[in-house]
Design a protein around this ligand. Sequence first.
Ligand code: MG
Length: 365
Amino acid sequence: MVWLRREDHEDRELRWLCPWGSASRAAGGRRLAEPDDPLRTAFQRDRDRVLHATAFRRLQHKTQVLAAFEGDHYRSRMTHSLEVSQMARSVARALRCNDDLAEAIALAHDLGHPPFGHVGEEALDEAMRGHGGFRHNAQGVRIVDYLEDRYGHGFGLNLTLVLRRGLLKGRVPEGFPISADLQPRGDVPIEAQIVDLCDKIAYLSHDLDDGLRAGLFGESEAAQLRLWREASQSAGSTNRQRVVSEVASLLIHDLLATADAALADTPRSGKPPRLQHSDTMLVLAQELLEFLRVHFYRSPRVLAVMNDGAHRIRRLFAHLRQNPSDLPETTQRRLPRDGLERTICDYIAGMTDRFLHRATDALPQ
Ligand code: MG
């Protein structure tokens, strides 16, 4: 018995990946050159670095939709990220794309989220108007490139270029500080599209579960949804957990069918195919999203907690702007390089929900 070395995994990838899959031998290098690992491919190593990051551990105390103090069984950003990574691994593997890269992107995809979700994101973006703005995806790259200073070399987690390109999706605000080698952004790996779609599948299904668990809507209301009824029928059950799990399955299998065709039909020399659901499923998924907006995301109970969180972010930002010496000493060391506003923004964005609560409870009234 001889253990498998990195080269064996890399060879296996070349035999197995579809033409659009990202080979770890073409991971684009790291900003600070380092020797290869004897056991793990470049993407497996990236994944492990994300998993061991402080920013990753903080996700367990960051709100997905329902704040942690509402109950022990609701999704946090960490359990959400783990669910996305499970789905993205399965989908990437089924499509013969790189499941290690998909897993790494999935685990890192929400690292940049501030406390209290999208409402917190808007509050920070507003506070940073005229100073480069704020977006969670761009902040995620800033964390892995710079803020997560694990090794003291100034290159953050020193991840591969292909993974970092995969994280930087969506809009980046004008003037937001992004590493020079990501401008222009370059090709986004196909695995990033897979993660994006699995992110949506994960939250559509687990928010349905959490909303029911919280009593924000009942099963009879959920049964108004065509996707719920289809799932119940194909699962042959009305059991809530079974139906929710079948909703995820239907979405995944629909995605596999259309994505497989798109990957096969697009020559590797051209632009990457856009992976998406079938037209029929898009309509059903949109119906579910609208339902969750009305009954869950915009419910008074959820909004009250979120708006309080946003208010706390605004208060703390204003206070620290007036009193920069209240920033922790290690954070103050970044002031000369990053400027006052960006330093405060990074500090608040890194907070967990409960840390923000403690920090604002201690503010002078
Ligand atoms: Mg997400």
